[in-house]
Ligand binder design. Sequence first.
Ligand SMILES: [Zn+2]
Length: 690
Amino acid sequence: MKGKMMKKPINSNPLLLAWDTPFGTPPFNLFKNTHFRPAIEETIKSASAEIKVIAENQAPPDFENTIAALDRAGAKLGDVTSVLFNLNSAETSKELQAIAQDVSPLLTRFSNDITMNEELFRKVKEIYNSRDSRDLNTEELMLLDKNYRNFLLGGAGLDDDKKAKFREISEELSRLSVKFEENVLDDTNAFELHITERDDLEGLPEGVVEMASMEARDRKKEGWLFTLHFPSYTPFMKYSARRELREKMYRAYSSRAYHGDSHDNTGMALRIASLRLELARILGFENFAELVLGDRMADTTIKVSSFLEELHSASRPAARRDYESVKAFAFENGHNGTFERWDWAYYSEKLQKAKYDIDDEVLKPYFVLENAERAIFDLAGSLYGLKFISKEEIPVYHKEVKTWEVQDRDGSFLAILYIDYFPRPGKIGGAWMRSFREQRIENGADVRPLISIVANFTRPTETKPSLLSFNEVTTFLHEFGHSLHGMLSRCTYESLSGTSVARDFVELPSQFMENYAYEKEWLAKWAYHYKRRERINDELIEKIKASSTFNEGYACSRQLGFAFLDMAWHTITTPVTTGIIDFESSAMEKTELLPPVDGSNMSVSFGHIFGGGYAAGYYGYKWAEVLDADAFKYFKETGILNSLTAKSFRENILEKGGTDKPMNLYLKFRGREPSIDAFLERSGLTAPLG
Ligand SMILES: [Zn+2]
């Protein structure tokens, strides 16, 4: 009785009603947490009904009634989930987190119901197998390919025995990855370095000491506590003058999940690699990497390994140079005995300071947030003719969120941009770009996107405006680059529009924008000291540039080592059951410079590949850097604000989403395949060896 009285009719849920707001933006002011679960249940129901109609359609399957129809299905569900998951990252609460967790299995079941639907797969397969005679354009072929691959990798089309095995392995793999990460985290948390003598803090900066003292107080201890979490571990290794303590920290860090106890990940890593091989074989691939790479820009293991090898041999001399110069500096400055892994960060930091002597405190007064914002918008104006018009009437989820209407050169409406700059208790760390709506064509009309940038930049204080660190300036440019990819999109299908591109291509537009932070032509326009009102001087700009290549050879070598290890685990063709140390060292040996440390192991704590989603994808970090350097070089050759080059970048890359293979898009922009030369040059890896 009570339940019935309480139950309001479904159409009073503002998530489900048409959004009668400026530009059809979400009316955040009307949403309550209690609206989410019913809205998601309701929209899953209607999306399922739409899918059922497609699957049971008696007409012969074709692109329009199956593939395009699948792309259109569940649009309202997409709107509701974007609101929920964006809020859960940017402005969450215990209650909202619980709701997100609560609805996640419903969403997983819904997407499994699609890929496991045999009738639907039969239709998709029929269209796929006859694609050559269907007169489809490139975008349509890409969408068809993407759909077919999703079904295939979801296990559709396997016979019943294989399907059962497939499901069993997938479930075990998802359990194992979670457990893998848990073990690493447990071992990370299990260690602490407790310092009680002030002398043992030698070399550590004030702020680091203060943090350690707070950490100690939190755990009801005297003195100072250091842990293996990055904010504590990294500065300790960089600054602590106590070599034996650095060694202790290093050994603890590099032996996490490798102590032969219940948290040991050795068996787990071997098992995950072997199960992935088995899964790949069931789906008809030679190994797991071939399965993963299928839709990437580097779409075969051969392409990935020749890329890594090429970069390795090109960067090796610079890596050696960096190693030798830090080592020589160490010995000149009182180091004796062997030069070990726990000495690297410490002496690198000292050498960097000696060579460049700039830090954030010197630069920050020049980087006022409001000036950076205007400069970035102006940059988009110079490159693409965009205009940003502040729109305070657009509803926001927090009063600090700023909104703009973005117009194209001819004044036509392109997108809505939200920016949410500052940290709050309900916001997760880091910075990201997401959308509340993606661009697509619907019933012949161009639906323009709603794009959001969320960051955790330095807040203004009572006496100072928000002053960004250099890293925050490049982060702003990076996320803005992603947002241009979303805002400029001109595609037909939502699943291919904006940033819905291959994983090793998606960082091109974002990293590309970061390049401007090193250009005098751009910096000099807006970087004025907030008090002294004077422009950033050329010497500082030069120092920013020069210090950006410091130890890049060594850093490249390390990244390559991880990428080689990742590829080694995912190109095995028979299960590996023992010898994890030998396996690891044979994969990474050629990139090593410092002596190995007994009792340490990288694979067992390599969460990117065994816990997260970077399996056979770690190479992507370097791949994207090579791409953005190569693209920016073209701008440097023609003028970094050259409107013709910008037009080509816009039309061939930023507008195209995933409507063609990334290499084709790149070729159209650049006229040739990317080469590693620009990357080597930018990172100082070609500088004469001294
Ligand atoms: Zn990014």
